[in-house]
Design a protein around this ligand. Structure first.
Ligand code: RP5
Length: 152
């Protein structure tokens, strides 16, 4: 994530990864404040054994795109809801990548962070049958938790 202030959103991605027992690391890497850290992180990610990167940032949210510029690993971008523009700035900064450098862009805020975790799980599950089973069970539990009618 681009800042400590993104944690309140990005913790929802981490919760999913924890629930599905997916090995992960959590770092603050800012495209603007720590550009060298970003270059180092993204350039070495594959060699360090990472398979998917979830990058969440807000405002002028260049972190996911610049991360994708440095690696061919799949990068999932989460637009953090900004105070000034409610995350529309973040969304447009992340989603409108030039052809040739993809970022898989999720929804603004908590839903996007949650789904980034689930999307990462889906990617990893392609080559991990045990994770595939855990992900299927997670989805089934979600389905089972939906009541037939609202409580009033
Ligand atoms: C972005 O600027 C971060 O991703 C964060 O969403 C936003 C504001 O950062 P702070 O000023 O709260 O550190 O780079």
């Amino acid at each position: 994530m681009g800042s400590q202030s993104d944690w309140e959103t990005m913790r929802h991605a981490v919760s999913v990864l924890e629930a599905l027992d997916i090995a992960h690391e959590v770092r603050i890497v800012s495209a603007h404040r720590t550009p060298d850290r970003l270059a180092e992180y993204a350039r070495t990610a594959a060699a360090r054994g990472l398979s998917v990167i979830i990058a969440g940032a807000g405002g002028a949210a260049h972190l996911p795109g610049m991360c994708a510029a440095w690696t061919i690993l799949p990068v999932l971008g989460v637009p953090v809801e900004s105070h000034a523009l409610k995350g529309m700035d973040s969304l447009l900064s992340i989603v409108q990548m030039p052809g040739g450098v993809p970022v898989g862009t999720l929804a603004i805020g908590k839903a996007g962070a949650t789904n980034a975790g689930l999307m990462a799980a889906s990617i990893l599950a392609l080559n991990d049958s045990a994770l595939s089973d855990r992900l299927s069970a997670w989805r089934q539990a979600q389905t089972d938790a939906v009541a037939d009618s609202p409580s009033r």
